[in-house]
Design a protein around this ligand. Structure first.
Ligand SMILES: *Cc1c(COP(=O)(O)O)cnc(C)c1O
Length: 336
């Protein structure tokens, strides 16, 4: 724990700040899936948050710590997805001007989701790198404060409030299974869990297509991997070659990282819907995918952090409608 510059007290402060802004989500028993898979499964339903993902927690905790001058100048995020949406939503609620940078290649529906939260959209270039350069320019020119998606102490502490809530409802689960991309979510949760319930295992799950954290752990330092299209689109992207917090936190606090295939993610999206009537996006279903595919053993009291639900509903309909619940993953046809 000494390696971590973030402490439990920062998570508790975050929990106080978030009261009334982020939902205090319950732990939902999953009787249908528990019956099918064995053990006692619970969902931490972060898809219930106002923007459909947990990202609101970290965004709110970061925004609430800005000083008045920073608030007046405004904030900026580079994100086409759940982070950009969450920052825009919270900034509007707090009366802070917000810009979101994205490349011209981002599809219209994603642009609209961010614009509908009231942020100024800056379309720059044709890649994520171009969007980042535009953000850097605006930070220099207008003094906007960047709100990072994961590698930031305030963001990690905000996501860590999920861990505090889980343990308040179930003091010592056998394991907590967490979707993993840049690692802000699992770092915050693992900090809470390993401090308060050290015998509870914390497991990170990524898709096998472009799992940057897993590749970095194996290399012993942050490395880049090629980004690939995946059903777990919210888990895409790197961890940053100059990673400050999450690489070390994942290495020291997370017990195990497992990877799942596209077919396994598809089967889990279908099973959540057919066994529990839960709509989840690919990233939110990777933990269940790992259990269903036998990549993690069954049994015990297991909390699945279901991180988001922002999926194209036509895609969801195809996945949920076409596959018999809990069918072997190889039976599920997935579009590339
Ligand atoms: C961002 C995101 C994740 C991964 O969070 P990290 O902090 O980057 O590991 C998982 N699920 C959803 C739905 C997300 O939006």
């Amino acid at each position: 724990m000494d390696q971590s510059p973030i402490h439990l007290e920062q998570l508790r402060d975050a929990a106080r700040r978030l009261a009334g802004l982020a939902l205090r989500t319950p732990l939902l028993p999953l009787p249908g899936l528990s019956g099918a898979l064995g053990g006692e499964l619970f969902a931490k339903p972060e898809y219930l948050q106002p923007t459909g993902s947990f990202k609101l927690r970290g965004a709110a905790n970061a925004l609430l710590q800005l000083d008045p001058a920073q608030r007046a100048r405004g904030v900026i995020a580079v994100s086409t997805g759940n982070h950009g949406r969450a920052v825009a939503h919270m900034a509007r609620r707090l009366g802070i001007p917000c810009s979101v940078c994205m490349s011209a290649l981002v599809p219209a529906n994603k642009r609209e989701a961010v614009a509908s939260e009231g942020a100024e959209l800056r379309i720059a270039g044709r890649s994520q790198d171009d969007a980042q350069r535009e953000a850097d320019r605006l930070v220099a020119e207008r003094g906007l404060t960047p709100i990072p998606p994961f590698d930031d102490a305030a963001v990690i502490a905000g996501q860590g409030t999920i861990g505090l809530e889980i343990l308040a409802d179930l003091p010592a689960p056998d394991r907590v299974i967490v979707p993993l991309s840049g690692g802000g979510l699992v770092s915050g949760i693992a900090l809470a869990v390993k401090t308060l319930a050290p015998r509870t295992r914390v497991i990170g799950v990524s898709m096998d297509r472009g799992a940057a954290m897993q590749a970095s752990l194996q290399a012993g330092r942050p490395i880049e991997v090629e980004e690939q299209e995946t059903l777990a689109d919210s888990l895409g992207g790197g961890i940053g070659l100059a990673n400050r917090f999450t690489f070390r936190m994942v290495r020291s606090l997370v017990d195990e990282v497992v990877l799942v295939s596209e077919a396994e993610i598809a089967a889990a999206i279908a099973a959540f819907y057919r066994r529990e009537q839960i709509v989840t996006e690919g990233a939110g279903a990777v933990g269940l995918a790992a259990l269903m595919a036998g990549r993690l053993p069954p049994g015990g009291r297991t909390v699945l952090v279901v991180s988001g639900r922002n999926i194209d509903m036509d895609l969801h309909h195809r996945l949920a409608g076409s596959s018999p619940a809990l069918a072997h993953p190889s039976a599920v046809a997935v579009e590339a």
